[in-house]
Design a protein around this ligand. Structure first.
Ligand code: MLC
Ligand code: AMP
Length: 494
């Protein structure tokens, strides 16, 4: 039995699937090219049997064809972040232990040394995707592992979130139903492709529906506005930082450009915001300049999407709506008992879209679920007149900056490796542009150059984990037990 995502391609073979910097490609192209890629990855075997395949490819046609090639060969797709420095990529290689890494020629340098040290082959995208013979591909069942995305937590370094093909299909079906996807949709992708937001909500929903996915390799506010004026884009999904940047570009534009852009935006049937709290002023300004009330929804790498405002009906500012189709959500207290109506609790989620495991972390996986099988999100919320309102994270050590999830502890560990750093505390400080801004307070044992500390972080960590502000302090604020109090650290930056 073929997975539905692949068998559905038959019904819209001649339609446009991907419009990208590399050109335009139909569903037929996607089927053919991914079959060739899968055959190459199989290299004579019947099935990759869930071997991991890392791929470092910018958003575009090659990204999509590579992911489908890995999937159709029976491999587990491990998208690697194109913004990450070699040290973060090497971490993924150590943790995921991919059989092979597929790299775009412009990116191969970044991963080649680490891959060769670990005996991992690197295959370039032209070598994988160029035309050639295709053979018999394995029959995949929904319970097979399909994808692994890295996400930060409060324990150790990022963990691989494993989803099966069945999980991915459930996440997609839920959104297709809730947001009314059809083959006539045309979505503009401006998100990175190492997260569930870009991969599932945008690319996979589009390809499931027979819609067009138009890819901009990098977000560019003016380019987005001008694409909308062409009138063919029907859907857009982004994090709040991007909506803010779009507002800023609009404010900077002259009168006639503003008018043209505002009219263009009206062609889009639905605009969605998520991955971080959407500030109500951004929602209101957006409505003033485009006529669109943004649809805010809530999700997480481990669950896909959980809560959403309605496609039709009231979209309440500051709220994320109600459970999506096929998703069960409950609010629980610290003892895993249901909270009374109107009180806040931890969001717990159950359903076919919820991930299967953290890669090779049995204990972390077990701790993440209640004994009766609900996933503990670590987010707090309250239900008000039927709509959920997110109150924030339970852990002060998990930050969200520009839609990227960051562990404060991971950054602190890196800063502590500097010989002059005696102690440090990383916090997220409320920020109009980023939602939260990563800031570090450092106690130094000698002279310390704060730029040097940032350079150290930049070398070892993803760019969004690099503290924007570093403050040298004589001591960190502590409570009577001697524990660092993060809210007091945050105040140092406010
Ligand atoms: C880049 N920088 C960031 C940053 N991204 N700093 C903080 N937070 C971020 N997210 C840094 C750069 O390294 C640079 O630092 C400086 O900010 C300015 O860079 P830029 O070129 O302006 O940034 P840009 O490359 O344009 O990236 C910004 C962005 C990007 C908002 C476009 O971060 C982005 O695409 N975010 C979306 C992430 C996402 O898809 N999240 C979904 C997760 S899934 P310097 O020092 O060099 O100046 C999920 C589940 C769900 O959350 O519900 O969806
Ligand atoms: P990630 O691990 O990158 O998938 O991030 C998931 C986290 O993003 C959630 O646990 C929330 O803390 C946060 N998040 C996602 N959507 C929203 C939203 N609409 N409002 C507030 N926080 C959100």
């Amino acid at each position: 039995m073929a997975l539905s995502l692949f068998s559905r391609v038959q019904t819209h073979a001649d339609r446009l699937a991907v419009a990208a910097p590399e050109g335009v490609f139909t569903y037929h192209d996607l089927r053919e090219t991914s079959a060739v890629a899968a055959t190459r990855l199989l290299a004579g075997r019947d099935d990759m049997e869930e071997a991991r395949v890392g791929f470092l490819v910018p958003p575009g046609w090659e990204w999509v064809a590579t992911q489908w090639g890995i999937w159709r060969a029976g491999g587990v797709a491990v998208p690697m972040a194109v913004s990450h420095p070699p040290a973060e990529l090497a971490y993924v290689l150590d943790d995921a232990e991919p059989e092979v890494v597929v790299a775009h020629p412009a990116m191969a340098d970044r991963v080649a040394a680490a891959a060769s040290e670990r005996g991992i082959a690197v295959l370039s995208t032209p070598a994988l995707l160029q035309s050639g013979p295709s053979g018999l591909l394995p029959d995949l069942t929904p319970d097979r592992r399909g994808m692994m995305l890295y996400t930060s937590g409060t324990t150790g370094r990022p963990k691989g979130v494993v989803t099966t093909h069945g999980n991915i299909e459930a996440q997609v079906r839920s959104l297709v139903e809730a947001w009314g996807w059809s083959k006539d949709d045309h979505i503009l992708l401006t998100l990175p492709l190492h997260h569930v937001h870009g991969i599932v909500n945008v690319v996979t929903c589009a390809l499931w529906s027979g819609a067009v996915c138009q890819v901009l390799t990098k977000f560019d506010a003016e380019e987005v506005w001008s694409r909308w004026t062409r009138g063919d884009v029907t859907l857009y999904m982004a994090v709040p930082t991007l909506y803010r940047r779009l507002v800023e570009a609009w404010e900077r534009a002259d009168e006639s450009t503003r008018k043209r852009w505002s009219v263009g935006a009206r062609h889009v049937r639905l605009m969605v915001s998520g991955s971080a709290a959407l500030p109500v002023p951004t929602l209101e300004r957006w409505e003033e300049i485009t006529g669109h009330r943004l649809l805010e929804r809530y999700g997480m790498t481990e669950i896909g999407m959980g809560l959403s405002n309605p496609l039709v009906g009231e979209r309440r500012p500051g709220h994320v709506g109600s459970p999506l189709p096929g998703v069960e959500v409950r609010l629980m207290d610290d003892g895993d008992a249901p909270v009374p109506d109107g009180l806040s609790g931890q969001i717990q989620v159950r359903g076919p879209g919820v991930f299967s495991e953290y890669w090779r972390r049995r204990e972390a996986t077990a701790e993440a679920f209640t004994p009766d099988g609900w996933f503990r999100t670590g987010d707090r919320a309250v239900v008000e007149d039927g709509a959920y309102r997110i109150l924030g994270r339970e852990s002060v050590d998990i930050l969200k900056t520009g839609g990227e999830k960051v562990s404060a502890l991971e950054i602190e560990d890196v800063l502590r490796t500097h010989p002059s750093v005696v102690d440090c505390a990383v916090v997220g400080v409320p920020d109009d542009e980023w939602g939260e801004r990563v800031c570090a307070a450092v106690v130094a044992g000698g002279d310390v150059d704060t730029e040097e500390l940032r350079a150290l972080a930049r070398e070892r960590l993803a760019p969004y984990k690099v503290p924007k502000d570093v403050l040298v302090v004589p001591d960190l604020p502590r409570n009577s037990m001697g524990k660092v109090t993060k809210p007091a650290v945050r105040e140092l930056f406010e």
